[in-house]
Write a protein that binds this ligand. Structure first.
Ligand SMILES: Cc1cc2nc3c(=O)[nH]c(=O)nc-3n(C[C@H](O)[C@H](O)[C@H](O)COP(=O)(O)OP(=O)(O)OC[C@H]3O[C@@H](n4cnc5c(N)ncnc54)[C@H](O)[C@@H]3O)c2cc1C
Length: 580
């Protein structure tokens, strides 16, 4: 399920072992969100300056605010080098150093020698890195005759007791429902950013895979951790990649306007003296929010919804901006009528990435509980999964890395599993629930509308479950989401047609999003500390004694959840205060 980087990398692995592979995707594969990734993919190749996988390991652990599982992180950073060279050999057109090696640039939180100074670790193809990864993997899959079912919308899993036997999907072009039986199924459906009103995420980021599992009794891990990226375009949320700061871009407040174009430090110079504008995203997003709340936003006042800061690229010069950041400068010109070579770009934090998701082990196998009981036949990788390599805060470039490393690893374990698994008989009517749900939406006479419910959900999540949270704000978010879930039961779809019924699809997606929003708000309310991207105003400190653990949220009944906990795997780096 899913034809982004994680799904394609897994399919490619299986196809190399001559298994019959079907990739189901609600989008045409190369429209997956991986294609929107701009800045780079992390690997300690050391092409531009000395680097080591161990430094990468350390930075990722520290970036995660010590919540990432160190066994998984070590594997990711070690495998990174091979995974990138493999992509190069598949034909990925990376940008190059003058002597022909893969070019690398600095990114937030990536340092040399355990935090000494920023290091050039992000491998990139201009600011179209994800686009190139996606196209390269798609070409390889086509070459290996992977079978694609494009615009097939998966809506349910087929379960026989504990075992996964495949999926049920809705064909968007015809309205037909199909049952896909499989010995092994991988979920690689991406994140849930559309639960928030300001986001960098694609319209299709509706948390489908997480909700489908949650409804089937599979818990979700660490859902409270949602990343807010510092530089979304003002009001639009469209991303200005961290590569812009990797190349030397500087954030500026209203007191700093005269320094535009000078290359002098901005406000981050005082907050993170070593890495400045290349501090991790959680640190910068909070700093920006504080600048605005304290009246140093460009217009001087207002909250994050109504005010903004500047991203200054002027001192970089036309050559760097046009050659290394062509897409984002084009976005600034197109969407904001701003010429980044001459003027700063108005930015504000934007919802960006789901650190939490479907719990898996390091082989990509989905877990039934916090005690590591595996769901036979079910795998997950990429943004939908929580392995957990990102912990409480993901470093830039580590998601494109996660999808290729764990897509590949999951594929390898599926090959092992396929050798021993039985092709069981499907019992009952696996599509019954789905048919009932579609019938309810189309013929149930409901009067509520998606266009009314969706913005309410997105606004309440943005305001109350955003960069800063508290018991009061999260209670408000949770209660509103529960109310919206009740109203969702009365949603009616006017369009009764079978062909490309986008109204029906949006209604189904809203149902999935409401599940994600509910899990995020409940989990955030539950965790009474501040760690990584989860900042509680009422519990401003990290509390290792009580909360150095993963949360697993289980569905109990409508409106009711329960929590379980899993210890963090710590192998090498003991938790320390995070100073940048
Ligand atoms: C604007 C932007 C820039 C980014 N830049 C970077 C970067 O520079 N470096 C970095 O490391 N990370 C970056 N990220 C994060 C990273 O790109 C993503 O986390 C990653 O690409 C996700 O890959 P994936 O394979 O998990 O999911 P996706 O690429 O999103 O693929 C999901 C797939 O699932 C399918 N799907 C979803 N639901 C269903 C369903 N119900 N039925 C059937 N199919 C379904 C979709 O059709 C799609 O094919 C960026 C993210 C964004 C939004």
């Amino acid at each position: 399920m899913g034809a982004g980087g994680a799904g394609l990398r897994c399919a490619l692995e299986l196809s190399q072992h001559n298994y019959s592979v079907a990739v189901l995707s609600k989008l045409f594969p190369v429209r997956s969100h991986t294609g929107a990734a701009q800045g780079g993919v992390g690997a300690a190749l050391g092409n531009e300056e000395p680097d080591s996988p161990e430094w990468h390991f350390f930075d990722t652990v520290k970036g995660s605010d010590y919540l990432g599982d160190q066994d998984a992180i070590e594997i990711m950073c070690e495998d990174a080098v091979e995974a990138i060279l493999e992509l190069e050999h598949f034909g990925l057109p990376f940008s190059r150093t003058p002597d022909g090696k893969i070019a690398q640039r600095p990114f937030g939180g990536h340092t040399k020698n355990f935090g000494e100074a920023p290091v050039k670790r992000a491998c990139y193809a201009a600011d179209r890195t994800g686009h190139m990864i996606l196209h390269t993997l798609f070409e390889q899959c086509v070459k290996n005759e992977v079978r694609f079912f494009n615009e097939f919308y998966v809506l349910d899993l087929i379960m026989d007791g504990d075992i996964c036997q495949g999926v049920v999907a809705y064909d968007l072009a015809t309205g037909d429902i199909h049952v896909f039986q499989a010995k092994a199924t991988m979920l690689a459906t991406g994140g849930h950013g559309r639960a928030f009103s300001v986001t960098s995420n694609a319209h299709t980021y509706t948390g489908d895979g997480m909700a489908i599992c949650f409804r089937r009794g599979i818990p979700m891990e660490d859902m409270e951790f949602v990343q807010f990226h510092p530089t979304g375009m003002r009001k639009l949320g469209i991303l200005i990649s961290e590569a812009a700061r990797g190349e030397g871009g500087i954030l500026r407040n209203r007191e700093d306007i005269e320094n535009i174009g000078s290359g002098k430090d901005g406000f981050m110079g005082a907050i993170a003296p070593t890495v400045k504008d290349l501090a991790p995203r959680d640190v910068i997003a909070r700093a920006m929010y504080n600048e605005i709340v304290e009246g140093r936003g460009i217009e001087g006042s207002g909250d994050t919804g109504s005010d903004y800061l500047y991203l200054d690229l002027v001192h970089l010069g036309a050559e760097i901006v046009n050659e290394r950041l062509p897409d984002i400068s084009h976005f600034a010109r197109t969407y904001l009528a701003v010429e980044p070579i001459k003027e700063p770009i108005p930015v504000q934090p934007t919802t960006h990435y789901a650190m939490g998701g479907i719990p898996t082990d390091i082989e990509g196998r989905v877990l039934w509980d916090a005690k590591n009981k595996v769901v036979p036949g079910l795998y997950a990788a990429g943004e939908v999964a929580c392995v957990s390599v990102h912990g409480a805060n993901r470093l830039g470039t580590n998601s494109l890395l996660d999808i290729v490393v764990f897509g590949r690893r999951g594929g390898k374990d599926m090959v092992r599993y396929l050798g021993e698994a039985e092709f069981g008989r499907i019992k009952g009517e696996p599509d019954e629930f789905l048919r009932g749900e579609i019938d309810r939406l189309q013929n149930g006479g409901g009067t509520e509308k998606v266009v009314d419910l969706r913005p309410e959900m997105q606004n309440v999540m943005m305001v109350n479950s955003g960069v800063f949270r508290s018991k009061d704000s999260l209670t408000k978010a949770r209660d509103t989401i529960l109310e919206l879930r009740q109203r969702y039961q009365k949603v009616g779809v006017q369009d009764k047609s079978a062909y490309f019924n986008t109204e029906l699809v949006e209604a189904i997606e809203l149902g999935f999003l409401l599940d994600s929003a509910w899990m995020i708000a409940e989990s955030a309310l539950h965790r009474t500390e501040s760690r990584g991207a989860h900042s509680r105003e009422d519990y401003p400190e990290r509390d290792d004694e009580k909360w150095l653990k993963h949360t697993f949220i289980h569905y109990e009944a409508d409106g009711k959840v329960k929590f379980a906990y899993k210890p963090v795997t710590i192998t090498k780096f003991q938790p320390k205060p995070r100073v940048y």
